[in-house]
Design a protein around this ligand. Structure first.
Ligand SMILES: NC(=O)c1ccc[n+]([C@@H]2O[C@H](COP(=O)([O-])OP(=O)(O)OC[C@H]3O[C@@H](n4cnc5c(N)ncnc54)[C@H](O)[C@@H]3O)[C@@H](O)[C@H]2O)c1
Ligand SMILES: O=C(O)C[C@H](O)C(=O)O
Ligand SMILES: [Mg+2]
Length: 618
C-alpha cells in the first residue's frame, strides 16, 4: 500500500513541476507591486484573496499582526503545493484510512470544513450526533489527524508559540482576536496519545479537546484557544521532512525549556487573568514538573495526570460495585498497573489516596494502601532494587522481600506478576498495543476476584492493551471491561452482550474546566478534582453497574458534564476558593442550594443557536 502510494505521488510530480512554474511566475510578476490591504491579523487569513497561509514571511507576519497565528515554519509556495498534492494523492489511494471507521479521516475533513465555514452549525451537528462524531473529532481519529497534519492543514486554528519567539510572547498574545478567552488547551506535542512525539502537528489534540469543551461543557467557542508550544521535536522523521510545519531542531531541554513555558504562562495570564489552562500530552518528564510549578499560582491542571486519575477512580469504584460489593471494599482490591508514565502514576497516586481516605485518612492508612499496587513498566515489575528509579514511581516500588515471598523479583514480566498476584484489576496505561496478550489474559483467569476488571486505557485504538473481544473470549463473560478509545460491545452468543465501557478523561476534563470557570476559583485543588471523580462514580446507578456498565454513555456527556461542573463549584465554595463569575459573586454563590448550583451551571452553558445580527457603523 505504502509503495503504491509513493508511485502515485511520483506520477503526479510532473503536475507539481507545472504548478511550481506557475507559482514562480506569480511571485515574480506580483512581487514588485505591493497590494494595499485594509485588514490585518486573522481577517487576512480568512480572506481567500489575500491569504498566503504558511507562506507569509516573518516580516509580513510581524507587519500584519500574524505572529503566532501560523505554524512557525515559513514555507515557499512550491512547498505548499507539494503538501497539498501529497495529501490529495493520499486521499485517492487511501480513502479507507480510519482506525475502526474506514472513512474516519474523510469525515473529519468534511466536519473540519464546516467548522471553518459556520461554527454554530458545526457544533449543532456535533452535539446532535456526539456518539458518532466524538470518535472523529476526538480519540481515536484525532491521532490520525495529527499524524497527517502537514497534508490536512488548511486554515490555521489556535496559536503557535515557538522557541524562536522568546521575548515576544507578551506582545504576540494580543494578536489573538478575541477579547476574552476562558479556556486554553496547550500541548508541546511531545507525547500525543500513544503516538509519541508529533511536534507541531500535535496541535490537533488541543483542537479536539476544545471541541469537547464546547460540545460537552457548553464553553463559548469564541472564547476557547488551542495552543501549540513548539520547542522543537525529537522525532527524526519530522526533523528530516521538508514539509514539516514546525521548528526543525531538537527539543529544548532544562532551563531553556522552562523559560519558554514560563513566558507563555505569564503572557496568557497577563492578557486574560481568569483563563484556565489545561496541559495536554506533555511527556511525563515535564508533565509532573510543570504541574508542581504552576498549580498553586495559576488556574491550570494536567488532563493526562489529573483528569485520567479521576476517570480511573470512578471506574475502579464502579468495578467494586459491579462485584456486588460496597465501594468501601476498594482498599482490598489488588491492582496491577502496566505503565508508569504521566497517566499511570497519576492514577496510582489518586487510587492510593482514595484507599487511604476509606481506611481512616491517616498516615498508616496511606502507608498500608501502597501494598495494594504492583507496577510494571517497560523494564518489568518495579521494586526497590530498580536502578535510577523515577522519583514519581518510587513510592510504588515493591519491597524486595515482600516481592520474593510472592515469587516475584525486580523486572518480573507482566505475565509473571499477573500469575502470582492474581489481581482484581489489570489496568494498562502503557501505550503498547496488544500488551495484554493471550498469555497475560490467561493468567488473569486465576484472579481471586469474582469479577475481574480489565482497563485497556491506552489510545488511540491500535495502542489499546487488548480489545474487548480478546478480553471476553479469553478471560470469560463475567468480566468488567473498559478501554480508552471506543470499541463496540461484544456479542457473547446466547443473546448475551459483553459491555465495552469507554474509560476516557473526556468524562471529566470538560466539567473540571467549566466548574472552575463558574466558581471563579483561583486554583484547581485536589478536593475539586476528587469531587469531580466522585460525581462521575455516583452517576451510574446500582442496576447499571451490576450489568457491567461502569461509565455512562457518551450521548449523555452534556448532562454528566453539568453534574461534574456543579460538584466542582460546590467543592470550591466548601474550600473557600470560589471568587464568583461575572454577576454571580462569591457571596451570592455561597447562598445557592445544590439544585440552584446545577441550574446556575446549566444556564451558563452555551448552545449553538444563530443570534440576530444587526450592522452598525463604528
Ligand atoms: N484513557 C485515557 O483517558 C487516557 C488518559 C491519558 C493517557 N492515556 C494513554 O495512556 C498511554 C500512556 O500515557 P503516558 O502519558 O503515561 O505515557 P508515558 O510515555 O509517559 O508512559 C508510558 C509508560 O508505559 C511504560 N511501558 C512501555 N512499554 C511497556 C511494556 N512493554 N510493559 C509495561 N509498561 C510499558 C513505560 O515504561 C512508561 O512508564 C497513552 O497511550 C495515552 O494515550 C489514556
Ligand atoms: O486524548 C485522549 O483520548 C485521552 C488522553 O488525554 C490521552 O492522552 O490519551
Ligand atoms: Mg492526553
Amino acid at each position: 500500500m505504502a509503495s503504491n502510494l509513493l508511485n502515485q505521488i511520483r506520477a503526479s510530480s510532473s503536475l507539481i513541476r507545472r504548478l511550481r512554474q506557475r507559482a514562480r511566475c506569480f511571485t515574480t510578476t506580483e512581487g514588485h507591486r505591493p497590494t494595499i490591504v485594509h485588514k490585518r491579523s486573522i481577517d487576512i487569513l480568512h480572506d481567500p484573496w489575500f491569504n498566503k497561509g504558511t507562506a507569509f514571511s516573518m516580516t509580513e507576519r510581524d507587519r500584519l499582526d500574524l505572529r503566532g497565528l501560523l505554524p512557525p515554519n515559513v514555507m515557499t509556495s512550491e512547498q505548499q503545493i507539494e503538501r497539498f498534492m501529497v495529501d490529495l494523492e493520499r486521499l485517492k489511494v487511501q480513502a479507507r484510512d480510519g482506525p475502526s471507521d474506514p472513512y474516519a479521516l474523510a469525515k473529519w475533513r468534511i466536519l473540519n470544513r464546516l467548522h471553518d465555514r459556520n461554527e454554530t452549525m458545526y457544533y449543532k451537528v456535533l452535539i446532535a450526533n456526539i456518539e458518532e462524531y466524538a470518535p472523529i473529532v476526538y480519540t481515536p481519529t484525532v491521532g490520525l489527524v495529527c499524524q497527517n497534519y502537514s497534508g490536512l492543514f488548511r486554515r490555521p486554528r489556535g496559536m503557535y508559540f515557538s522557541a524562536e519567539d522568546r521575548g515576544e510572547m507578551m506582545s504576540m498574545i494580543y494578536n489573538w482576536p478575541a477579547d476574552q478567552v476562558d479556556m486554553i488547551v496547550v500541548t508541546d506535542g511531545s507525547r500525543i496519545l500513544g503516538l509519541g512525539d508529533l511536534g507541531v502537528h500535535g496541535i490537533g489534540i488541543a483542537v479536539g479537546k476544545l471541541d469537547l469543551y464546547v460540545a460537552a461543557a457548553g464553553m463559548n467557542p469564541q472564547r476557547v484557544l488551542p495552543v501549540m508550544i513548539d520547542v522543537g521535536t525529537n522525532n527524526e522523521k519530522l526533523l528530516k521532512d521538508p514539509l514539516y510545519l514546525g521548528l526543525q531542531e531538537h527539543r529544548l531541554e532544562g532551563d531553556k525549556y522552562l523559560a519558554v513555558i514560563d513566558e507563555f504562562m505569564e503572557a496568557v495570564f497577563t492578557r486574560w487573568p481568569h483563563v484556565i489552562v489545561q496541559f495536554e500530552d506533555f511527556q511525563s518528564k515535564w508533565a509532573f514538573k510543570l504541574l508542581q510549578r504552576y498549580r498553586n499560582t495559576y488556574r491550570m491542571f494536567n488532563d493526562d495526570v489529573q483528569g485520567t486519575a479521576g476517570v480511573a477512580i470512578a471506574g475502579l469504584l464502579g468495578a467494586v460495585r459491579a462485584q456486588g460489593r460496597p465501594m468501601i471494599d476498594f482498599p482490598k482490591q489488588k491492582i496491577v498497573v502496566a505503565g508508569a508514565g504521566s497517566a499511570g502514576i497519576g492514577v496510582l497516586n489518586a487510587a492510593r489516596k482514595t484507599m487511604a481516605r476509606m481506611l481512616g485518612n491517616n498516615e498508616s492508612a496511606f502507608d498500608s494502601a501502597r501494598s495494594q499496587f504492583w507496577v510494571v513498566d517497560a523494564k518489568g515489575l518495579i521494586t526497590e532494587e530498580r536502578q535510577n528509579i523515577d522519583p514519581d514511581a518510587q513510592p510504588f516500588a515493591r519491597k524486595v522481600n515482600e516481592a520474593s515471598r510472592q515469587g516475584l523479583r525486580e523486572g518480573a514480566s507482566l505475565v509473571e506478576v499477573v500469575q502470582n498476584v492474581k489481581p482484581d484489576v489489570l489496568l494498562g496505561l502503557s501505550a503498547v498495543g496488544g500488551l495484554f496478550s493471550k498469555e497475560v489474559l490467561e493468567a488473569l483467569k486465576g484472579s481471586t476476584s469474582t469479577r475481574p476488571a480489565i482497563f485497556a486505557m491506552s489510545n488511540p485504538t491500535k495502542n489499546a492493551e487488548c480489545t474487548p473481544e480478546e478480553a471476553f473470549s479469553v478471560v470469560g463473560d463475567n468480566i468488567i471491561f473498559a478501554s480508552g478509545s471506543p470499541f463496540n460491545d461484544v456479542d457473547l452468543g446466547n443473546g448475551k452482550v459483553g459491555l465495552c465501557n469507554q474509560g476516557n478523561n473526556m468524562y471529566l476534563f470538560p466539567g473540571i474546566g467549566l466548574g472552575t470557570l463558574l466558581s471563579g476559583s483561583r486554583i484547581i485543588s485536589d478536593g475539586m478534582l476528587q469531587a469531580a471523580a466522585e460525581c462521575l462514580a455516583a452517576y451510574m446507578t446500582e442496576e447499571e453497574v451490576l450489568t457491567g456498565a461502569i461509565y455512562p454513555k457518551i450521548s449523555s456527556i452534556r448532562d454528566i458534564t453539568k453534574e461534574v461542573a456543579a460538584a466542582v463549584v460546590m467543592e470550591a465554595i466548601e474550600e473557600d476558593l470560589a471568587e464568583g463569575y461575572r454577576e454571580m459573586d462569591a457571596r451570592e454563590l455561597r447562598k445557592l442550594s445544590k439544585e440552584e448550583i446545577v441550574t446556575y451551571v446549566q444556564d451558563n452553558m452555551w448552545s449553538p443557536e444563530y443570534p440576530i445580527l444587526v450592522y452598525k457603523k463604528e
